[in-house]
Design a protein around this ligand. Structure first.
Ligand code: NAD
Length: 364
């Protein structure tokens, strides 16, 4: 297979962690006989500095021509004084998601057994670490429904956000959850608020019908959002695939991230309607964290999230499961051997970004 990737490193630690991830991508493909064509493009603050806008036309064009986007992260203090609509994240990442209809956010929550000390959860509650995936609907719900702010006749002010979901939107995200569960423990937990929200009632029916019709091999549990927030902390091991709507997913996926230790370990995939030349889902793959300006330029950033984003890209956009697993295994092995960046060293000896990347590469 010939893989064509648009590489968008972005700002601050973005280029540092990307520099550690690309050799891993190149090595794993070389080993398995696939060929790689990748080109690097400015985005975010780098786009503003070099082209006058956060998502330069040439970058968008390169993304259109590619099979997948490997993204770093964007933004930082340098561009904070720009009008909100021109700031790097708002003016590059959100338009990219919108342009490619990236409606499914897939965020693995993996706390390796060897990293239990980095979690705020008591070790006796997570003896085997945490291994779950949050599937969040990304282009519907409260964030995208009709909004208004109105001054009423009596002088009071009323603001309205509307939560809207269509059956078809729920079906397509359920299909992503089913595909994810099939490669795992085959269990989906749907998180909603079906005791008060009409949209949640629809979610419950559509998800249950979809599973019955297309995935009888997958088991389904349902849980109210308030209970789910509690259960995540009490017993994260009960979750395999957590499926939920946009706002609930926004909140729960961050709770999941903190349970799993460091942002530097968390990769994410945003998948959409489009298929690439190989017939797999076109997607954008990125670390869950931001540009970490506090540690940028010091060789301190953890490159694991970016490297694990490469694994997600190979799995979802190219169907290269074996290659994805070999990257994940190399990360796990490196950490098990005690090689760690400062964020996951729990006060112990730490290595830099470059050394961590090289150690993972050596263990592929
Ligand atoms: P952040 O995620 O950049 O940093 C939060 C904390 O996590 C910091 O202490 C940082 O050092 C640490 N951290 C993050 N990634 C790390 C890594 N790989 N290794 C080690 N430690 C890591 O969040 P922030 O400070 O709120 O945001 C900084 C900038 O990033 C802002 O401009 C924000 O808008 C932007 N941002 C971008 C994205 C994106 O591009 N998708 C996402 C979130 C934030």
């Amino acid at each position: 297979m010939h893989l064509k990737i648009a590489v968008l490193p972005g700002d601050y630690i973005g280029p540092e962690v990307m520099a550690a991830a690309l050799p891993v991508l190149e090595a794993v493909l070389k080993k398995s006989g696939h060929t790689l064509e990748h080109s690097t493009h400015d985005v975010g603050g780098a786009g503003i500095d070099n082209h006058g806008k956060a998502l330069p036309d040439s970058t968008l064009e390169a993304c259109r021509a590619a099979d997948a986007i490997l993204f770093g992260s964007v933004g930082g203090p340098k561009w904070e004084k720009l009008p909100p609509a021109e700031q790097p994240e708002r003016a590059s990442l959100l338009p990219l998601r919108k342009h490619f209809t990236l409606y499914a956010n897939v965020r693995p929550g993996l706390l390796l057994k060897n990293l239990i000390d980095t979690s705020p959860i008591r070790p006796d509650r997570i003896p085997n670490g945490v291994d779950m995936v949050c599937i969040r609907e990304l282009t519907g719900g409260l964030y995208f429904g009709p909004k208004s702010t109105t001054t009423l006749a009596d002088g009071d002010i009323e603001a309205i956000d509307t939560m809207v979901y269509r059956k078809s939107e729920i079906e397509r995200i359920t299909d992503v959850a089913i595909a994810t569960a099939r490669g795992r423990r085959k269990h989906i937990t749907l998180v909603d608020k079906a005791n008060v929200l009409q949209t949640s009632v629809l979610w419950r029916k559509v998800v249950a019908d979809r599973l019955k019709a297309t995935a009888p091999d997958i088991t389904l549990a349902v849980m109210y959002i308030d209970n789910a927030a509690m259960q995540l902390v009490l017993k994260p091991s009960q979750f395999d695939v957590l499926l939920t709507e946009n706002m609930f997913g926004d909140i729960l996926s961050d709770e999941m991230a903190v349970i799993c230790g460091s942002l530097g370990m968390m990769a994410s995939a945003s998948l959409g309607l489009n298929r690439n030349r190989h017939g797999y889902g076109y997607g954008l793959f990125e670390p869950s964290g931001g540009t970490a300006p506090d540690i940028a330029g010091q060789d301190k950033a953890n490159p694991c999230a970016q490297i694990l984003s490469v694994a997600l890209m190979l799995r979802h956009s190219f169907g290269l499961e074996t290659e994805a697993k070999s990257i994940e295994a190399a990360v796990e092995k490196t950490i098990a051997e005690g090689i760690r960046t400062a964020d996951i060293a729990a006060g112990g000896k730490a290595v830099g970004t470059k050394a961590m990347g090289a150690a993972i590469l050596a263990r592929l």
